[in-house]
Structures are given as structure tokens and as C-alpha cells.
Design a protein around this ligand. Structure first.
Ligand code: ATP
Ligand code: MG
Length: 690
């Protein structure tokens, strides 16, 4: 398995009996080390199921599994390749009983969490406040604090009241048999820390743990890793401190600093050759990151030649910037024969909303594109509705799911009734579903309303029973269709939507979802979800169990030939031949640094750190490019509702480009026009022949 690896990479791959850290710059083949090491470990006798490879996203997991399969075939299927969160789900499902959690616990999404928080706070709360609470609680959880500990360390009244709220939130979660995303890390940690049997089991199971993008792990993830590998420390972490861009979400470079102290036997491997980018691109990247303090000194060189100069493209407005980006794509395609495929282009930007003008410009000339890191399929209201039903089959104590399912579609059970039921359930310390069948309920709720509730309860039980006994793709599909018919979901969608077109699109989503569920019941598609092991047919109930986790997984898009639009954060680890970095405008990237009014008093240090993280974001962006790179900025930018005059980002100057070649030249525009003309002519011919 030594093909396609340099000496340093081989060293890292062959070092299997101790802790190993590969620390190296972008594009130096760190991820490649992980895939090859999985193959190497298996070829040297480690059972696939005893290897865990942890990636930053589900998409990265799917890609890694594919690569590993390319190297060693089917055996790669059994390797546990997934995110920390997916690993957490598996651990808690297997061993969560000792924490009082049923294996069928529910996983709450952001919406559920905010509504629980609002509810726990009593009174009326605006969305922004609820989000703020959620954010704070999440931050605490990521620091390993529970409500009591958070209260003990609270600095001011606001933190104290949030900590009190957190206590109520925790109570509710355990009553609902539910966990939030942060729990998927903190609960496994608790399992390993407090239950020696569980710890021994996992440490014995895992023969080697590999972690990609190590620089973006947070404190709890690091603790989890330590407990998983135990003192033996058979693990491989790969990362790049210059690409740490999730500090705002609690990731900490301390994890890199701590490794050599916590594992004195740590073998550190440095990689210096970049196999991704031309020298021109790599030089710009090295120059940009240079002002940041160095945790570990690194050098990076490329042997791919000087390549095209990096271009700077200025524009009057975002719309103009988008037009120029499209022109650039067209001219690059026109410039070579055969033209590069659409999938070799990416447009990257700081924030999701920046995609819009590019989408419009691309549509205008019929260029296929996909927005990655945007609204996932599973975030759509109709899919969430259906998932609420599934969650209820699996865990009838899931009150948020209960409330959503009972009202989608509406079944004549009003708010008052639900309020009464909620009150009754709280009083009797039961979940709402359990309360339905409480012998004392009839005394608390009028007869007619009660009948509706009972009917719903019986229906859920009936569905659960049927789902448990429905196996295989065809049966599952038929079941789902019957069920949607029974609850009148199609009508519900069409009634609730003004525009027929939108309703039709939503209904198509529903059907697509059923189809997808059915395929999973047939035993296909497991790996795409970062799923582990079985590929046998499953009961529909079992399929439903895996759904909650998937709610954050945007399924791996089929490898379609499309231009990628992506945020910089979501572009981590990926590469494209041609990259356009958009909105490299002061105030956008670095983001609003100098017009921060500073709620904090120690803003000084905060600003320095934030600037460094923004600079790393720029570094990540530049290093996604293999062959050409253009950096765009706009002379005006939105600030609140106004348009203000804007300057090129300081990072453009920091790239230290050669001024003579940096400006995109007019000939490109000319070529673009030619290309567009040709495309139009072709389209006209095609239209005629239809
Ligand atoms: P990032 O920091 O962006 O995550 P990375 O260090 O993980 O990058 P990879 O994605 O593993 O880098 O590799 C970058 C590119 O270089 C890939 O296309 C990979 O296939 C290629 N590559 C890596 N190592 C070698 C090698 N030894 N020989 C040839 N190509 C290589
Ligand atoms: Mg990588």
C-alpha cells in the first residue's frame, strides 16, 4: 500500500503502535494518510470493525469510505467511518441505559431545542433570545459544564438566569428521553468516564482511531478521544493549526498543544509537499497566513509549476461581481479544449446569503450549480413533519415530536386541549403520550376532546406495530403511501400553500423521502449516510430510528457535473481545479471587524484572535484551488440596510501578488462574450430542432 505516498506519509501510515500526529499545511496529503492508513491497518490484520475514522462532516465520511473501498474493496464497509456525533449516537444507543436513556432516545434538532427553551422559560420569548440561550447552553456543554457547574461559574445575572434555565431544560430532555447535538458528545464522554465497564468495552473494541481535521475538535471531543484510545493511545490525528476555523463554535487549538504532553510517546510527522496547488497559489496562501503567530513552524512547497497568476477581480456591486465570476468561468472553459467540466469550478464566500447573486447569474446563462452547506433536505418543514411521526413511533415520550405530529396535519385537536394535556402531563410527571392513557385524564379534559386524543394515541400505537413488521423496500413504500393517505398529508400541503407550484415541489419532496426510506428498508444506501455495518433489509421502524441523526446530514449529493457554490467553512478539506473567492471585501472577510461596537470590554484581545481566525479562513479558501484562483471584491457593500463604500480586504494585500499580473485582463472578458455568444447560438439551434 505504498503507492502514491511520499516518505513522510509512509512513516505516518506505518506507525501503528502508538500515538501519531500528522501536522502539516493544506493539500499536503493528510487526509490521504488516513485513508491509506485504514487500508494498511486492515492489510496487517486489524479487523475492519475495530477501526474508527472520524471526519468533520458526513459528506467527508462518505468520501473517505469511497476512497478506502478503492484501496481495499468491500472490507472498507465495516470500518466505522463517521463524525464524532455519529459515533456518539452509536455509543449512547448501545450503552445509554446506564444513564437512564432508552436505546430509542430521540435526537432533537435546533427548532426543537429553541421551542423547549421558550417553553421552559415560561412567558413569551422572541426567537433571538431563545437562540442566544441555546448558543450559551451549547457553549457550556462544549466546555463540559452541566447546569449546576454553569451556575457555579456564572459571571453575571444574565448567565445566572441562563444557567437556571439550563437546569429546567435538562429536566425536560430527560423526561422526553431526548438528547441534543451537544449531548451526542458529552453523554458518550460521561459513559466512558463514569462507567469502567463501558470504557473497557470500547477500548477493547477499537484497535486504532483516526481523526481528520483534528485542529477543529473541541475540548469535549478531545476528552472523548483520550478515553476511547486509553493509555495505549493507538490513534492517528491529522490536522493543520492554520486551518482552525471553528473557534467560534468552541474548537480549540489547545487540543494540538496538549497532545505531546498527554501522550509523551507521540510521534509527530510533518508533511511539506503540497500536491494540490500551483506555486503561484501556494505562495499567495503562505503569504496570507504568515502574519499569524505560529504554533508549529511549517514549510510547504509545490512541484506543480508556477501556473497562472492569481487574479484580483474588482466589481461595482455584488451583482456585478457575480457577472464577472460567470464570465470568468465561461472564458476558462472557452480557453481549453475540451473545456473543463462544470464540477471543476467552485465559488466560495463567507456567508450563506452571498450565494444569491451568483445563483441568479448562473441561472441566467443556464450553468448548472449546486449550493452546498445550504438548507438541507432534512431541514424542510414537510420532511420534519414526517420525521416527527417517526420519532413518536420510536420514542413515545418525545413531547416535541408529539406536538408536531398531532398538528401535522391538524386533526381538530386545539391548542386549549393540548395545553390542558401538557399541564396534566407535567403535573403527573408523565410524557404527553403516556398521559393520554392515564385513568385520571378524563377528569381533566372534556369528553369530545378526549376522544380525539385517544384516537391519535391508538393510531400511533397501531402505526408503530405495523412499522415494526414491515420489512423490505416494497412493503415499506406501500406502508408509507397508505399512511400519508390516511392522514391526508397531500391535501394538507396543498391547503397550506398559496402557490400550487410550491405545494407540488413540497409534495415531490415527500415522495422522494418515502422512496429514500423504502430503499433503506431494502438495505441499500447505508454507507451514504455514514451508517455502519449492516446492509441487510431492515424493518421500517429500524429505518426510522436512524432518521433523526440524518436530520443534519445533507445526503451526499450525487456526483453531478455542476459548479459548486459554498461557504468557506463548508469547503474545508475539499479541492477544485478552479476557485473563485468572492466578497473578499473589508468588512465581509475579515468579517465586520472594525465596525464592531464592542459589547465586551476586553475587545482588544478578542479582535486580534478573531482577525487571526478570519485570516485562517482566507488561507483555507486560497488553498482549495488547484490550478487557477481569482479573488473578487466589491466597491460597495451592504451594511445593515444601507450600501456603503468598501475597500478590498486587507488579505488581498497580504497575498503579495505581483501587481503586473494580478488584475484580470480585458481579453478574458472578450473571450467570455464570445463563449456566451456561442452558447446562445447553440441553444437556439437546439430549441429549433426540438
Ligand atoms: P487539507 O489540509 O485541505 O485537508 P490534506 O492535507 O488533507 O488537505 P489531501 O486532500 O489528502 O490533503 O491531498 C491533497 C491532494 O494531493 C489530493 O488530490 C491528493 O490525492 C493529492 N496527494 C496527496 N498525497 C499525494 C502523493 N504522495 N502523491 C500524489 N498526490 C498526492
Ligand atoms: Mg484533508
Amino acid at each position: 500500500m505504498s503507492a502514491g505516498l511520499n516518505l513522510a506519509q509512509l512513516q505516518a501510515v506505518h506507525y501503528t503502535h502508538g500515538p501519531c500526529l500528522v501536522l502539516a499545511g493544506a493539500g499536503s496529503g493528510k487526509t490521504r494518510v488516513i485513508t491509506h492508513k485504514i487500508a494498511h491497518l486492515i492489510e496487517h490484520g486489524l479487523e475492519p470493525r475495530r477501526i474508527a475514522a472520524i471526519t468533520f462532516t458526513n459528506k467527508a465520511a462518505a468520501e473517505m469510505r469511497e476512497r478506502a473501498q478503492g484501496l481495499i474493496g468491500r472490507r472498507a464497509k465495516e470500518v466505522l467511518i463517521c463524525t464524532f456525533h455519529a459515533l456518539g449516537v452509536r455509543m449512547v444507543r448501545e450503552d445509554g441505559r446506564v444513564l437512564g436513556l432508552k436505546p430509542q432516545f430521540s435526537i432533537l434538532d435546533t427548532d426543537d431545542v429553541t421551542s423547549i427553551l421558550k417553553d421552559a422559560a415560561g412567558g413569551t420569548t422572541d426567537a433571538a433570545t431563545a437562540r442566544q440561550w441555546q448558543w450559551t447552553i451549547s457553549r457550556w456543554k462544549n466546555q463540559g459544564l452541566n447546569a449546576a457547574a454553569a451556575l457555579a461559574q456564572a459571571q453575571d445575572e444574565q448567565e445566572r438566569s441562563t444557567a437556571v434555565l439550563m437546569a429546567r431544560y435538562e429536566e425536560r430532555l430527560s423526561a422526553y428521553q431526548s438528547v441534543d447535538f451537544d449531548d451526542l458528545i458529552s453523554l458518550p464522554l460521561k459513559l466512558l468516564r463514569d462507567f469502567p465497564d463501558v470504557r473497557a468495552k470500547w477500548q477493547a473494541l477499537l484497535g486504532h482511531v483516526l481523526v481528520d481535521e483534528y485542529q477543529d475538535t473541541n475540548a469535549t471531543q478531545y476528552e472523548l478521544l483520550k478515553l476511547l484510545v486509553g493509555e495505549r493511545g493507538h490513534f492517528t490525528a491529522v490536522g493543520d493549526d492554520d486551518q482552525s476555523i471553528y473557534g467560534w463554535r468552541g474548537a480549540t487549538l489547545d487540543n494540538l498543544k496538549k497532545l505531546p504532553q498527554d501522550f509523551p510517546a507521540l510521534k509527530v510527522v510533518k508533511l511539506e509537499q503540497n500536491y494540490r496547488s500551483t506555486s503561484a497559489i501556494l505562495r499567495a496562501a503562505n503569504n496570507v497566513i504568515q502574519p499569524n503567530p505560529k504554533l508549529f513552524p511549517k514549510t510547504l512547497f509545490s512541484e506543480l509549476g508556477e501556473g497562472e497568476p492569481v487574479r484580483v477581480v474588482d466589481a461595482d456591486s455584488e451583482e456585478h461581481e457575480a457577472e464577472r465570476a460567470v464570465a470568468r468561468i465561461q472564458s476558462l472553459r472557452a480557453a481549453s479544449n475540451p473545456p473543463p467540466e462544470w464540477r471543476s469550478f467552485a465559488i466560495l464566500y463567507r456567508a450563506n446569503h452571498q450565494a444569491k447573486p451568483f445563483e441568479k447569474a448562473l441561472r441566467k446563462v443556464n450553468i448548472p450549480y449546486k449550493v452546498s452547506g445550504g438548507t438541507s433536505f432534512f431541514d424542510r418543514a414537510e420532511i420534519k413533519d414526517l420525521c416527527a411521526w417517526f420519532r413518536l413511533w420510536i420514542n413515545s415520550d418525545d413531547d416535541p415530536a408529539f406536538l408536531r405530529a398531532i398538528s401535522s396535519p391538524k386533526r381538530g385537536i386545539g391548542h386549549t386541549t393540548l395545553g390542558q394535556l401538557g399541564g396534566f402531563a407535567t403535573q403527573h410527571k408523565q410524557s404527553m403520550f403516556e398521559a393520554l392513557f392515564n385513568a385520571m385524564l378524563p377528569a381533566a379534559i372534556p369528553k369530545r376532546a378526549l376522544e380525539g386524543l385517544h384516537e391519535f394515541g391508538r393510531y400511533i400505537n397501531d402505526l408503530e406495530y405495523r412499522a415494526r413488521h414491515t420489512h423490505g423496500a416494497e412493503a415499506a413504500y406501500a406502508f408509507l403511501q397508505d399512511w400519508l393517505q390516511e392522514i391526508g398529508y397531500e391535501k394538507h400541503i396543498y391547503d397550506g400553500e398559496e402557490s400550487e407550484k410550491v405545494a407540488a415541489a413540497r409534495w415531490t419532496n415527500v415522495l422522494e423521502f418515502c422512496d429514500w426510506m423504502a430503499q433503506r428498508a431494502g438495505g441499500q444506501l447505508d454507507e451514504a449516510a455514514g451508517d455502519v455495518i449492516t446492509t441487510q433489509s431492515k424493518s421500517l421502524l429500524e429505518v426510522a430510528q436512524t432518521i433523526a441523526l440524518l436530520s443534519t446530514i445533507s445526503e451526499r449529493e450525487k456526483d453531478q457535473d455542476m459548479v459548486t457554490l459554498s461557504t468557506l467553512h463548508a469547503s474545508k478539506g475539499l479541492e477544485w481545479p478552479h476557485v473563485i473567492l468572492a466578497g473578499v471585501t473589508e468588512g465581509m472577510l475579515p468579517f465586520k471587524l472594525d465596525d464592531d461596537n464592542g459589547r465586551d470590554t476586553d475587545v482588544g484581545e478578542d479582535i486580534v484572535q478573531r482577525l487571526q481566525e478570519e485570516r485562517r479562513l482566507m488561507y483555507v479558501g486560497i488553498t482549495r484551488a488547484q490550478r487557477t484562483l481569482a479573488v473578487g471584491w466589491t466597491k460597495k457593500r451592504k451594511k445593515g440596510r444601507e450600501m456603503v463604500k468598501a475597500q478590498p480586504s486587507r488579505f488581498i494585500a497580504e497575498m503579495k501578488l505581483d501587481q503586473a499580473t494580478a488584475q484580470e485582463d480585458y481579453r478574458e472578458k472578450f473571450r467570455a462574450l464570445q463563449a456566451e455568444f456561442a452558447a446562445r447560438a447553440a441553444a437556439a439551434v437546439a430549441a429549433k430542432s426540438r
